[in-house]
Ligand binder design. Structure first.
Ligand SMILES: NC(=O)c1ccc[n+]([C@@H]2O[C@H](COP(=O)([O-])OP(=O)(O)OC[C@H]3O[C@@H](n4cnc5c(N)ncnc54)[C@H](O)[C@@H]3O)[C@@H](O)[C@H]2O)c1
Length: 253
């Protein structure tokens, strides 16, 4: 099950954190993986790791908020690999700022990368996937997306971007079902990556959050990648427009 041989996948924000484990997991199932991020040099070790395990991979610099760059990289991937089957819209940023202090620039930066970036990549990917009447688009949101009880102080701009992903994805799933493209959302809880480390959440706040999570720990990036692999696979053929919480049960409380 979950065989991805001959499938071509693009992972955005793939140099580290969850993007890296998504790339490795997809390659582990046989996919050819294109690792993209704001710095191609930093993607190179991920590509080397995939190749050292016998897989095929390439890396490209691609800022997801830059439409011209997205179009150029996708065109180059299709030229090199001949097709595109899977897009993992993983790239994202987080920075905390009280809502009263948020500037227009802060707001635009967050929305441009986290929300517009996913749309630009999805739209370009869908045009290619439609040619083969087969595609899987996996958009990474968050439990901090307007779901009950997970508003985060200092994150109005982030939660707006992550909530937008859910509405957008449901619509894309409806529009693109006739094209053979399944669009789904993964909403992770707190996952141990450079992003959460950089957020410098005070220990008491982290302990309180973990206490609230039924599994009593934060998640590992690989635990989210397992869901990515399933949603990328043929076995997810009847799954579209859905949201998958990989959150240790956080939202169930
Ligand atoms: N870590 C968590 O607890 C958590 C929880 C819920 C959702 N998420 C989401 O998961 C995704 C992955 O996050 P992570 O925790 O691995 O963080 P991370 O910071 O380790 O990885 C994010 C990656 O996105 C890249 N990136 C940033 N701006 C970009 C741009 N403009 N174009 C292309 N790439 C860009 C970064 O360089 C980085 O490699 C993000 O969308 C994040 O919002 C994370």
């Amino acid at each position: 099950m979950f065989e991805l041989t001959n499938k071509v996948a693009i992972v955005t924000g793939g140099r580290r954190g969850m993007g890296k484990t998504h790339a490795l997991a997809l390659a582990g199932q046989g996919a050819k993986v294109v690792v993209t991020d704001i710095d191609a040099n930093e993607c190179a070790p991920v590509v080397e790791e995939i190749k050292s395990k016998g897989g095929q991979a390439a890396c490209f610099k691609m800022d997801v908020s830059n439409k011209a760059e997205v179009e150029q990289v996708f065109d180059e991937v299709i030229k090199q690999f001949g097709r595109l089957d899977v897009l993992v819209n993983n790239a994202g940023i987080y920075f905390s700022k009280p809502a009263l202090e948020l500037t227009e620039e802060d707001w635009d930066k967050m929305i441009d990368i986290n929300l517009k970036g996913q749309f630009l990549c999805a739209q370009k990917a869908a045009k290619e996937m439609a040619k083969n009447k087969w595609g899987r688009i996996i958009n990474i949101s968050s439990v901090a997306s307007g779901q009950v009880g997970v508003g985060i102080a200092g994150g109005a701009h982030y939660t707006a971007s992550k909530g937008g992903i859910i509405g957008m994805s449901e619509t894309l799933a409806v529009e693109w079902a006739p094209l053979g493209i399944n669009v789904n959302v993964i909403a992770p809880g707190a996952i141990d990556t450079p992003m959460i480390q950089a957020a410098q959440i005070p220990k008491e706040a982290m302990d309180a959050m973990i206490e609230r999570v039924p599994l009593k720990r934060i998640g590992k990036p690989e635990e989210v990648s397992a869901m990515v692999v399933f949603l990328a696979s043929e076995e997810a053929s009847y799954v579209t427009g859905a949201i998958f919480y990989v959150d240790g049960g956080w939202l169930a409380v």
